[in-house]
Design a protein around this ligand. Structure first.
Ligand code: MG
Length: 263
């Protein structure tokens, strides 16, 4: 995992150097950026990988208990860069405004750009910058929730760092996992990145409005996704035009793992 790519080697990410910031006026919590972690071990051995993941599992379980006690549902959105996560979130915020409290945790290596987009869409949001890191982990999400202060009963949507590899390994304490693939990517993505698709509760095929212009086989992609995850739900949408988005709104309002608590 990250012993190979370096994001957990203590060089400033994978926990050690993550920065959490709230765009001015866009979250309930305080607005100062701060370090979220202080660990930073170096190594590439299987033992270290197990230790890193083991620590993450403990922290994810704590997150899950903290969220459950408050009736907060956390959904982890993962994809490669440019699949349309932020656009999907913008449209989702518009749908739920006035219906449910929705908050967003944005994960990127650098910049506040996505958090600023979510803020302009009217959402409570914090940005986690992972530096060299290629995924969010449970401790980063814990820090983000502290800054975000979502109300009881809120839906919290996590936009993970754009990457189809490492985010699959790190439990955040989420209720469910969604993987987004756009039709501008290859039909065979589920076969090339099976761990990501095997860990998903829902696969969204996005940018359906571009299907007439690209070589992408929706039916085959669904078959590939189910070959690594037989029970996975698959939706085809366009977050840009709104096509197919109703099914996503219905799913995220009541994701697997229990019904959405009334507030
Ligand atoms: Mg984004």
């Amino acid at each position: 995992m990250c012993g190979t790519c370096g994001c957990d080697d203590g060089s400033g990410a994978g926990g050690g150097g993550a920065r959490i910031a709230v765009p001015h006026g866009h979250a309930n919590g305080h607005g100062r950026a701060h370090d979220a972690h202080d660990h930073g071990e170096r190594g590439e051995t299987l033992t270290l990988e197990q230790r890193v993941l083991g620590k993450n599992e403990v922290l994810a379980a704590r997150n899950r208990a903290w969220l459950a006690a408050r009736g907060i549902v956390l959904v982890n959105l993962m994809s490669s860069p440019g699949a349309g996560k932020t656009t999907l979130l913008e449209r989702t915020l518009g749908e739920f405004t006035g219906r449910r409290p929705v908050a967003v945790i944005e994960g990127d290596q650098e910049t506040m750009l996505d958090a600023e987009r979510i803020g302009r869409a009217g959402g409570s949001v914090v940005q986690v910058n992972t530096g060299a890191g290629c995924h969010l982990d449970a401790e980063m999400v814990r820090g983000a929730l502290t800054a975000l202060e979502p109300p009881d009963g809120a839906l919290v949507l996590v936009e993970n760092v754009g990457n189809l590899v490492c985010p699959a390994l790190f439990d955040l304490g989420e209720r469910s996992r969604t993987v987004i693939i756009s039709v501008t990517e290859g039909t065979d993505k589920p076969l090339k990145y099976p761990y990501m698709f095997a860990a998903a509760d829902l696969v969204i095929i996005n940018k359906a409005d571009l299907l007439p212009y690209v070589d992408f086989d929706v039916e085959q992609c669904e078959k590939y996704a189910r070959s690594v995850n037989p029970d996975v739900r698959v939706l085809t949408v366009s977050a840009t035009t709104g096509e197919g988005m109703r099914a996503w709104y219905d799913w995220v309002a009541e994701p697997p793992g229990g019904s959405f608590p009334e507030v």
